[in-house]
Design a protein around this ligand. Structure first.
Ligand code: FAD
Length: 568
C-alpha cells in the first residue's frame, strides 16, 4: 500500500519533541510526524493538579527507569522517573521554571559549541514563554515577585504562580532568616536573568487562571492540533532508525511498533529527530547502529556509524532532604529556593577550592578508566577545570535548597548543583522495549558527597537562625541522634547514601561538543557521521545547569527548530 511519507519524524512527543514539532509545522507545506510511546493525559488529574506533585509516580505514565546497582552509593538501584505521555516529563515534573547561571551556558561555547552562549539562548527562553505577570496582587503576602525584563510574554508556555500559593508571610520570614545567617544569602528578586545566587521564590509552568499544570502538550500541541500537517501517533514505540541504501548514513525512516502490536516502518524524506529523553535517545542511536562497536556487537547490531561516546557523559544530581516539626500548620504551595555560592556554603571556600583543584586530574582519570577510556582523561579534566572555574571564579550556585512546608512539617529538599561524577547509559539487549543499563555512578567522586554534606549542614544552620529557629521544633530527619550536630563528612555519609534519590535531571548522553573531545552531536545538533539525524532533547546539554532542566530544554528545542529551518 502507499505508506505516507513525512518530511520529519520526531521520536518522542515530550518536552523538546513537541516544541520542534510545533515550530516545524508552522510551515504548512512541511509534514511532521511525532511518535510517542505514551498516550494523552489532557484530563489526567495526576497531571493537571497544581498541588499533585508525585501523584503520577509509579502509574502507567511514569517510565520509572531503574539504574544498575550504584557501586558508590550503597550498591542498590535507584529509580529515575520520566514521563510516558504526550508532553513527556513535563507532565509529571515539579513545574519549577528556573533557567541557569549565564556563565554556565557560556561554557557550552567555551568547549567549542560556537554560537551556544547565554546571549544567544536568552531570546529562545523568552520565545517559548508566556509569563502571566500582569497581576499577582491576589498573591499579596506570598512574596512572589519578578523582573519583567527577563521574561517573554507572547510564547506558548504559560509560566507564573497558582492560587494554591501559600500566602501567609512565611516567605518574608524565611528571607529575614537568610539575611541573619552567619554568611547571609542575599535576596534575589528574579533568578531567571542569568544571576541565580540568592534567596527567591521561583515561578512555575502553571496556567494561573485555570490553576492547572502547563505542560508541553498543553502549550505546544493541543492549541495547534488542527494543523493538517502535524501528525501524532500515540501509544507507538519507536524501535530504531532505518537506513537508506548506501554508505553515507542517511536515515529514511523509523521502525515502530503500533498500539495494536504491529511492527512497521514509517518513512521520513528529510530528517529523523530524536527527542526521546536523555535515557532513551542514546539507546535508540545504539539500536540503530550508531555507537561503540564493542557495545553494539554484543547484541548482534552492525555498526553503521562508529561513535563510541554515545551514551557516555551521563550527569545527574542527587536529591536529599532534612525535615523539622513546625509550630504552625501550613497549607498551600511554597516556592522558596536558596542558591548559595561556594563562599556562602563553605566557611573555608578557598581551601575547599584549592583541595578540589588538586584532585581534578585524579577525578578525570577515574571517570575515563570507568568507561574504558572511551572518553579521554585529558578532555574530562578540561571539563572539570571549566566546572571548577564556574564554581570558584564565576560564583555559580553550588547547591540548591528548597523549603516545602506541609501541614505541621517544615520539609526541605537539597542537592549539590554540579556533581563531578559521570556515568553512562547503554543498551543491554537488542530488544527495543528493554530498559537500557543506566549507570549514573552517583557519589563516585568525593566532592559530590562533600557538597551534599555541606548543604545539609547549611540547612541545620538555617533552622538555628531566627526567626526560623523559633518557628521550628525538632529535626525529625535525620535527627540529631542519627547524625550528630558535630558529624564530619563520614558521619553524614550513611544517612546521605541511604536516603538520596535521583534528582531526575539526567543530561549529556548525546553531548553537543566537538567530536574530538567526545561529542555525539555538532552545533546544529546533527549526529556525527550521519547526514540527517538530530537529537534535540536533554541528551545534548553538555554540562549540568544550576536551574532546573525544563526551561533550558524548551529553549534548546526552540533554537534547534530555528537551526533545522535554516534560520541560524
Ligand atoms: P521528555 O520530556 O521525557 O520526552 C521524551 C518523550 O519520549 C516522552 O514522552 C517519552 O514517552 C517518549 N519516548 C521515549 N522512548 C520512546 C520510544 N522508544 N518511542 C516513542 N516515544 C518514546 N525540570 C524542571 O525544570 N522543573 C522541575 O520542577 C522538574 N521536576 C522534575 C520532576 C520529575 C519527577 C522529573 C522526572 C523531572 C523533573 N524535571 C524538572 C526535569 C525535566 O522535566 C526534564 O529534564 C525534561 O522534561 C526532559 O525533556 P526531554 O524532552 O529531554 O524528555
Amino acid at each position: 500500500g502507499a505508506e505516507p511519507t513525512y518530511d520529519y519524524i520526531i521520536v518522542g512527543g515530550g518536552t523538546s519533541g513537541l516544541v520542534v514539532a510545533n515550530r516545524l509545522s508552522e510551515d504548512r507545506n512541511t509534514n511532521v510526524l511525532v511518535i510517542e510511546a505514551g498516550g494523552s493525559v489532557y484530563n489526567n488529574p495526576n497531571v493537571t493538579d497544581t498541588t499533585g506533585y508525585g501523584k503520577a509516580f509509579g502509574t502507567d505514565i511514569d517510565w520509572a527507569y531503574q539504574t544498575v546497582d550504584q557501586e558508590y552509593a550503597g550498591n542498590y538501584s535507584q529509580t529515575v522517573r520520566a514521563g510516558k505521555a504526550l508532553g513527556g516529563t513535563s507532565t509529571i515534573n515539579g513545574m519549577v521554571y528556573l533557567r541557569a547561571q549565564n556563565a554556565q551556558i557560556d561554557a557550552w561555547e567555551t568547549v567549542g559549541n560556537e554560537g551556544w552562549n547565554w546571549k544567544n539562548l536568552i531570546p529562545y527562553y523568552r520565545k517559548g514563554e508566556q509569563f502571566q505577570g500582569d497581576d499577582f496582587s491576589w498573591l499579596e503576602g506570598s512574596g512572589v515577585a519578578y523582573d519583567p525584563a527577563y521574561h517573554g510574554f507572547d510564547g506558548p508556555l504559560k509560566v507564573g504562580w497558582s492560587e494554591s500559593q501559600l500566602n501567609d508571610g512565611l516567605a518574608q520570614k524565611l528571607n529575614t532568616t537568610y539575611q541573619n545567617m552567619p554568611v547571609p544569602v542575599p535576596y534575589n528578586i528574579d533568578p531567571n536573568g542569568g544571576q541565580m545566587i540568592g534567596y527567591t521564590l521561583y515561578p512555575k509552568t502553571v496556567d494561573s487562571k485555570l490553576n492547572i499544570r502547563e505542560d508541553a502538550a498543553r502549550a505546544y500541541y493541543y492549541p495547534y492540533k488542527s494543523r493538517t500537517n502535524l501528525h501524532v501517533w500515540l501509544n507507538t514505540n519507536a524501535n530504531k532508525i532505518t537506513w537508506k541504501a548506501g554508505d553515507d548514513a542517511t536515515a529514511d525512516g523509523v521502525e515502530v511498533t503500533l498500539a495494536n502490536g504491529t511492527t512497521t516502518v514509517v518513512k521520513a524524506s528529510r530528517e529523523v529527530i530524536l527527542a526521546a529523553g536523555a535515557l532513551k535517545s542514546p539507546a535508540l542511536l545504539e539500536l540503530s547502529g550508531i555507537g561503540n562497536p564493542d557495545v553494539l556487537s554484543k547484541y548482534g547490531i552492525d555498526t553503521k556509524v562508529n561513535l563510541p561516546t554515545v551514551g557516555e557523559n551521563l550527569q545527574d544530581q542527587m536529591n536529599n532532604g532534612l525535615a523539622y516539626d513546625a509550630k504552625s500548620n501550613y497549607s498551600g504551595v511554597a516556592d522558596y529556593v536558596a542558591y548559595p555560592s561556594a563562599s556562602q556554603l563553605f566557611s573555608n571556600a578557598t581551601a575547599v577550592g584549592a583541595k578540589l583543584l588538586r584532585k581534578l586530574p585524579a577525578y578525570a582519570a577515574q571517570v575515563a578508566s570507568a568507561n574504558g577510556n572511551v572518553t579521554k582523561a585529558a578532555d574530562i579534566e578540561r571539563f572539570f577545570k571549566i566546572q571548577w572555574d564556574l564554581i570558584f571564579k564565576s560564583h555559580i550556585p553550588v547547591a540548591e535548597i528548597l523549603l516545602e512546608p506541609s501541614g505541621t512539617t517544615l520539609d526541605t529538599e537539597y542537592w549539590g548543583s554540579v556533581p563531578f561524577s559521570r556515568g553512562n547509559v547503554h543498551i543491554s539487549s537488542a530488544d527495543p522495549t528493554a530498559t537500557a543499563a543506566i549507570d549514573p555512578k552517583y557519589f563516585m567522586l568525593d566532592f559530590d558527597l562533600q557538597a551534599q554534606v555541606q548543604a545539609a549542614r547549611f540547612i541545620r544552620q538555617l533552622f538555628n537562625t531566627e526567626p526560623f529557629a523559633a518557628m521550628a521544633g525538632a529535626e525529625t530527619k535525620p535527627g540529631l541522634s542519627t547524625v550528630s550536630a558535630t558529624a564530619d563528612d563520614q558521619g553524614w555519609s550513611p544517612f546521605i547514601k541511604n536516603n538520596f534519590r535521583s534528582n531526575f535531571h539526567p543530561i549529556s548522553t548525546a553531548a553537543m561538543m566537538p567530536k574530538e573531545i567526545g561529542g555525539v552531536v555538532d552545533t546544529s545538533l546533527k549526529v556525527y557521521g550521519t547526514s540527517n539525524i538530530r537529537v534535540v532533547d536533554a541528551s545534548v546539554i553538555p554540562f549540568q545547569v544550576c536551574g532546573h532542566l525544563q526551561s533550558t530544554v524548551y529553549a534548546v528545542a526552540e533554537r534547534a527548530a530555528d537551526i533545522i529551518k535554516g534560520r541560524i
